[in-house]
Design a binder for this molecule. Sequence first.
Ligand SMILES: Nc1ncnc2c1ncn2[C@@H]1O[C@H](COP(=O)(O)OP(=O)(O)O)[C@@H](O)[C@H]1O
Ligand SMILES: CC(=O)OP(=O)(O)O
Ligand SMILES: [Mg+2]
Length: 399
Amino acid sequence: MNIFVVNSGSSSIKYQLFRWPARQPLCSGLVERIGYPNATITHKVFAAEAPRETRRTLALPDHEAGLREVVALLTDAEQGVLRDPGEVEVVGHRVVHGGETFAATTEINAEVKAEIRRLFALAPLHNPANLLGIEVAERIFPQARQVAVFDTAFHQTLPEPAFRYALPERLYTEDRVRVYGFHGTSHQYVARQAAAYLGRPEARLITLHLGNGCSAAAVHAGRCLDTSMGFGPLSGLVMGTRTGDLDPSVVLHLMGQLGYSTEQISNLVNKESGMLGLTGLSDMRDITKALEQGDARARLAYDLYAYRIRKYIGAYAAVLGGLDAVVFTAGVGENDALVRQKACQGLAFLGLELDEAENQQRRPGLREISRAGSRVKVLVVPTNEELEIAGQCAELLAT
Ligand SMILES: Nc1ncnc2c1ncn2[C@@H]1O[C@H](COP(=O)(O)OP(=O)(O)O)[C@@H](O)[C@H]1O
Ligand SMILES: CC(=O)OP(=O)(O)O
Ligand SMILES: [Mg+2]
């Protein structure tokens, strides 16, 4: 069967088409700047003889227009990988917030959509775009079964002391204010890969998803015990444009003394902070270049970014009561050797020793970058949220 995976963001759509059960990716792509006259579609076809990539710039007024262009590419008479959109049997959607309702992958119906809509208030940047992606996919693939895979689901195993805030109880019982955690699909995928590599299903792992959004998770025997994002995807590690941990006194000061509105604060902490706020740049590749040119702000930002990771490694080693491996993943985690080096510095007391030469290597796939004698392994594990989503869809529909 063909499973089409959609990760719909506010102005972008990431997608991948798989042939199942072969787990074979047929094509993948990214639609960016939806809503602008210069939107782009980057579309990759994984043909065995010669993989090819096409890139088009065009005006895309909305998500529906974007997804219709993608379908045109999928079914293109010469370049396409399908004859007809009807050949897609399952559409798997990344949905960022599943609240407490969805602890597992779920087939989408009217009730599920209503609940995703009720959760808009908890994930205003993500869930509206996710629901839009679902509604558009239902129109374009009316014959397909639609399935939601939630970023929050993997974190539903957090024990209560880890998921509750020290706030009056009614804020939890009536308003559902608690830690939800995000990037669960990625943490689950890399944790499973790492445990399989180590040959230890019961392994104690710290997984570090370092992309645009960044989060850490403490995973023991495949169950998540703690994670650094909370009620929303803002707390914890320093990110491309988000603050990570921030004392709420700062927000009170901004509102009370400096006259910030709620919207201004939301923009500040979500879009103008993190590495962007510290350096004026949000893409780690650009920050690396600035660092190489001796930029002091870039050095501080790198140090702060890595320091926060190191702090979470220490905390989660305590949460786990021991540690078998630290796993780096996502755009920065998989590619940025300097971040990994700085984040692992000074952790020999935990039994964690990086092999600097291995760390600098650029091999694809899962790789071990700790010293031969290091008691705690350090692994780079490429994430694949789309493959994990497709797998969870197939598993759900097989039962
Ligand atoms: N070769 C690289 N070296 C350093 N950082 C990289 C590299 N490639 C990608 N990145 C960084 O990865 C981040 C994006 O990661 P990604 O996992 O794609 O995020 P998202 O899925 O949240 O968009 C960007 O900050 C980008 O700079
Ligand atoms: C939940 C979240 O932060 O996702 P992303 O990193 O894709 O923005
Ligand atoms: Mg991501």
